[in-house]
Ligand binder design. Structure first.
Ligand SMILES: Cc1cc2nc3c(=O)[nH]c(=O)nc-3n(C[C@H](O)[C@H](O)[C@H](O)COP(=O)(O)O)c2cc1C
Length: 317
């Protein structure tokens, strides 16, 4: 054990004191957690996804607990880019927080307006492209499941924002997430965030109706941790850029598992709702013991297509 472990993280040209972030959504616009957590201590806060125009979000029930997680159908409710950069970002920055700005769009035209707008802002180091929200009608999922479309979105951001690091946040609701990660890397992404929520649904038996107006919702929390861990494991063996693991991290040990799976950083999401002190405990552990190295590939050799220590891209059992 040493007390001078360097646990800093670099994504593109953006530098962070440590690799522990608050995930987009549960962390709101960041400042909401100031009473529960020393927000200056986390590596960064990924702010609630913003779109160019403000969004009211989805009607009806938006959150429903499950025995091991949370279903949400928020629908990207947000204040819109203009208000966000005028009112929210200065508060965060003056509080000493490094914001990772999460963005999403309904379609290509909307996306270009948003990226254009961001190009005119000052002092932004990093954005996270939410290419993966299951709770909106248009945009997210269509882009997030199509490698060439996803590449087009990433490349556009990279071209217009050459000095800003780009994280591509991926959905697990695809057949081969590693392929999408590779498309993002080839298009110039500086890092991959994996994963967004897993699609699920629930039924209100007293009304014999789906709980959510849009029927399907996004599952987060401990239930999705194995899915997230597997995604990180596969992506980290496919791309050379940093992978930020998110999905069900609910304890210090969970976070360590993500580093061992190959993540360079992690985000805490749903657990913030009931354990806002968790990110600080993870940071303490990393400061004391360093970041655990990724474990070596260890599937039986008969299942491997190669023998050079890298996993086949679509390895499955
Ligand atoms: C209530 C709620 C709102 C969310 N909103 C967003 C969002 O605006 N943008 C985004 O990229 N992800 C959003 N997410 C997904 C989380 O950032 C995270 O990827 C996912 O919940 C898995 O992590 P977790 O199990 O630690 O929560 C949201 C999740 C929840 C629970």
């Amino acid at each position: 054990m040493s007390d001078n472990n360097d646990i800093g993280l670099k994504i593109g040209d953006a530098c962070f004191a440590n690799p522990v972030f608050l995930a987009s959504g549960p962390a709101g616009y960041g400042i909401e957690y100031a009473n529960y957590l020393d927000i200056t201590k986390v590596g960064g806060i990924v702010t609630k996804t913003i779109s160019f125009e403000p969004r009211k979000g989805n009607p009806g029930v938006r959150l429903q607990e499950t025995p091991s997680g949370l279903l949400n159908s928020i629908g990207l409710e947000n204040v819109g880019a203009e208000y966000f950069f005028r009112e929210k970002i200065p508060v965060l920055v003056s509080a000493g927080v490094k914001p990772v700005i999460s963005v999403a769009a309904e379609d290509w035209g909307d996306y270009r307006k948003l990226i254009d707008f961001i190009a005119r802002q000052e002092n932004i180091e990093i954005i996270e492209l939410n290419l993966s929200c299951p709770n909106v009608e248009r945009g997210g999922m269509a882009v997030g499941s199509n490698p060439s479309l996803l590449g087009r979105y990433v490349r556009h951001a990279k071209d217009l924002l050459p000095r800003i690091a780009i994280l591509a946040k991926l959905t697990p609701n695809v057949s081969d997430i590693a392929r999408l990660a590779l498309a993002a890397e080839e298009a110039g992404a500086d890092g991959i965030t994996a994963i967004n929520t897993v699609i699920g649904m629930d039924i209100d038996i007293s009304r014999a109706k789906p709980v959510f107006k849009r029927v399907r919702a996004g599952l987060s929390g401990p239930a999705i941790r194995p899915v997230a861990l597997d995604a990180v494991w596969r992506i980290a063996r496919t791309v050379d850029i940093p992978v930020i693991g998110v999905g069900g991290i609910s304890s210090v040990d969970d976070a360590l598992k993500f580093f061992m799976a190959g993540a360079s950083g992690i985000q805490v999401g749903t657990a913030l709702f009931y354990d806002p002190g968790l990110p600080a405990r993870i940071i303490e552990k990393l400061e004391a013991g360093g970041i655990p190295p990724a474990i070596k590939y260890s599937v039986d050799k008969t299942e491997r297509k190669d023998d050079d220590g890298t996993a086949p891209h679509n390895s499955s059992t």
